[in-house]
Design a protein around this ligand. Structure first.
Ligand SMILES: [Zn+2]
Length: 285
């Protein structure tokens, strides 16, 4: 689960030691990007999110902590048509770089609004109301279908990123997850579209999370994570999982916060604005 239903607020915790109980650590402790650089990796930030608007300042700061930055989306309007295949060329370029160790962050637009600007016509598969267990009006149906098409296109983009990595035939690990979820008339009474931290619903917080390993990685790592797939986890603790996955240890490493550790323990899944008094609440799964 994501701790926050908003891009920047979620990533400030995902990519640093900050979490819902210690949001201030975003400014006072090193980030995941700093960590990988210190560990000797050449670091790349490839983004298809807009970087020109003021709201993205924190993400721009993160990107500047890397060796190489590729900003693929220079639109000023949030609702402009951009496809995530924009990242394919710079990703392949980074993969072909001769640096010995590489750490590549790709920030996709994914299925952020406006959904029908996120996929080309060839991905317009969902149109009618087949398979929906409830009657929606035409406007709702249009949102549901364009969201599903955007998810389908996102699946294609992620599978291509895995294919490019696979073709390298090197010791590689790829982790994919979403910054947050989205409620597209999913939760009863099926009237909510988007995200609202003040009126939280499960679909705003549940996210896909997957780990892909190349054969070389598998043969040298040997850990089996398949028995961990039901662990309740907040991506606010991702930095511990990542460090554990790539074999980095440090003084404050907390194995109980690593999704892939045998020492993992359940921590409260906290949502709400951590800067507002009394707003944190625990999700029970
Ligand atoms: Zn987002």
């Amino acid at each position: 689960m994501s701790p926050r239903p908003y891009t920047i607020e979620a990533l400030e915790q995902v990519l640093t030691f900050a979490d819902q109980e210690h949001p201030e650590l975003v400014m006072t402790k090193p980030s995941l990007m700093n960590m990988m650089k210190q560990a000797g990796y050449k670091t790349y930030w490839i983004t298809n999110q807009q970087t020109l608007t003021k709201r993205n300042t924190m993400l721009t700061t993160f990107s500047k902590q890397m060796d190489v930055q590729k900003y693929m989306n220079n639109s000023r309007a949030q609702n402009s048509r951009e496809y995530d295949e924009n990242v394919f060329a710079p990703f392949q370029e980074a993969l072909n770089d001769s640096a010995k160790r590489k750490f590549i962050v790709i920030h996709l637009l994914g299925t952020h609004m406006k959904y029908d600007y996120r996929y080309p016509e060839s991905f317009e598969k969902f149109k009618g109301d087949d398979g929906l267990d409830k009657k929606f009006n035409d406007s709702q149906l249009a949102y549901i279908n364009s969201y599903d098409n955007a998810v389908l296109y996102n699946d294609f983009v992620v599978s291509e990123l895995i294919n490019f990595t696979k073709k390298q035939d090197s010791r590689s690990l790829l982790v994919y997850f979403s910054d947050h979820g989205e409620d597209v008339y999913d939760s009863p009474p099926h009237e909510m579209l988007g995200r609202n931290e003040g009126r939280p619903t499960t679909p705003m917080y549940t996210v896909p999370f997957m780990i892909w390993e190349s054969n070389q990685w598998k043969s040298t790592d040997g850990r089996d994570f398949s028995k961990f797939t039901n662990r309740p986890y907040s991506t606010s603790h991702f930095i511990y999982t990542w460090a554990d996955l790539v074999g980095i240890t440090f003084k404050d490493f907390d194995a109980t916060k690593s999704l892939v550790s045998n020492a993992f323990t359940k921590h409260p899944l906290l949502i709400g604005d951590p800067e507002a008094k009394g707003k944190l609440q625990e999700i029970h799964q």
